[in-house]
Design a binder for this molecule. Structure first.
Ligand code: 0WD
Length: 254
């Protein structure tokens, strides 16, 4: 039977049909969830709107997570339309691509702060607004990468931001656990998306993972979607504060 029947979820970070957030959204929709989507900027609206409509979504809202007023307005709208929220997916990250190449040593202060703001703090910022709407418990999910744990070529400041994001998953899990709200991250293997195209030598990283991961292949957004469904639904009801690897097993050897 559908795992998310009667549940309502907000999906943040769909840029197109290759986005990891879209893989998770598709799995949730297939299991009966009612979804709302946010998009960043007018250019992405025309891509996200048809995707959202294809899964019957009535709420497609602009949100730039660097702008607190824009975050507030999303949760005001959802509060009025739904009154409550069951789950949230955060698939948002950004860094200047000039610094996703070469040395971490050369990271600028401006890009360090911007990367941390968009890729780490934004999850805490949306959690702050989502928690009051999770009146019957809930599940918050973000996306991270192995570069948080080990040095990966060119991942640089994004690895530092993901390490902070993973720590924030643990702190948030403790803060909201008493309300029956769970907080987890999926550490996905490399997938060719818009955001990944900014990372230096990404094709090489994909090939490296394919050759060295235990499963000898890269992961798909459908596979991340399956793990997302588990963490967002009652199947994952005993799991919180976790960083779950969906990476063909690469973290066991890398
Ligand atoms: O290999 C990969 N693709 C992996 C991605 C491996 C492991 C983890 N991840 C993570 C990413 O770091 C990110 O947190 O998964 C998450 C989703 O990324 P994605 O699906 O790879 O990338 P994409 O489809 O580009 O979606 C990320 C989106 C942005 O897309 P672009 O490419 O336009 O930057 O994050 C959104 C935006 O839609 N975004 C913002 N949303 C609101 N406000 C902002 C912002 N300021 N900045 C970026």
């Amino acid at each position: 039977s559908p795992l998310l029947q009667g549940k309502r979820g907000l999906i943040m970070g769909v840029a197109n049909d290759r986005s990891i957030a879209w893989g998770i959204a598709s799995a949730c929709a297939a299991h009966g969830a009612e979804l709302a989507f946010t998009y960043q900027g007018d250019a992405l609206h025309k891509r996200v709107k048809p995707l959202a409509e294809s899964v019957g979504s009535k709420h497609v809202l602009p949100c730039d997570v660097t702008d607190q007023a824009s975050i507030d307005s999303v949760f005001e709208t959802l509060g009025e339309a739904w009154g409550e929220l069951d789950f949230l997916v955060h698939g948002i990250a950004f860094s200047d691509k000039n610094e996703l190449d070469g040395l971490y040593l050369n990271t600028s202060r401006d890009n360090f702060l911007r990367t941390m703001d968009i890729s780490c703090y934004s999850f805490t910022a949306v959690a702050q607004r989502a928690v009051p709407l999770m009146k019957n418990g809930g599940s918050l999910l973000t996306l991270t990468y192995y570069g948080a744990e080990r040095v990966m070529p060119h991942y640089n400041v994004m690895g530092v931001a993901k390490a902070a994001l993973e720590a924030s998953v643990r702190y948030l899990a403790v803060d909201v656990g008493g309300k029956g709200i769970r907080v987890n991250a999926i550490s996905a293997g490399p997938i060719k998306t818009l955001a990944a195209s900014g990372i230096g030598d990404f094709r090489y990283i994909l090939k490296w993972n394919e050759l060295n991961a235990p499963l000898k292949r890269n992961v798909t957004i459908e596979q991340v979607g399956g793990a997302g469904l588990y963490l967002l639904s009652d199947l994952g009801s005993g799991v919180t504060g976790e960083v779950h690897h969906v990476d063909s097993g690469y973290h066991t050897v890398g």
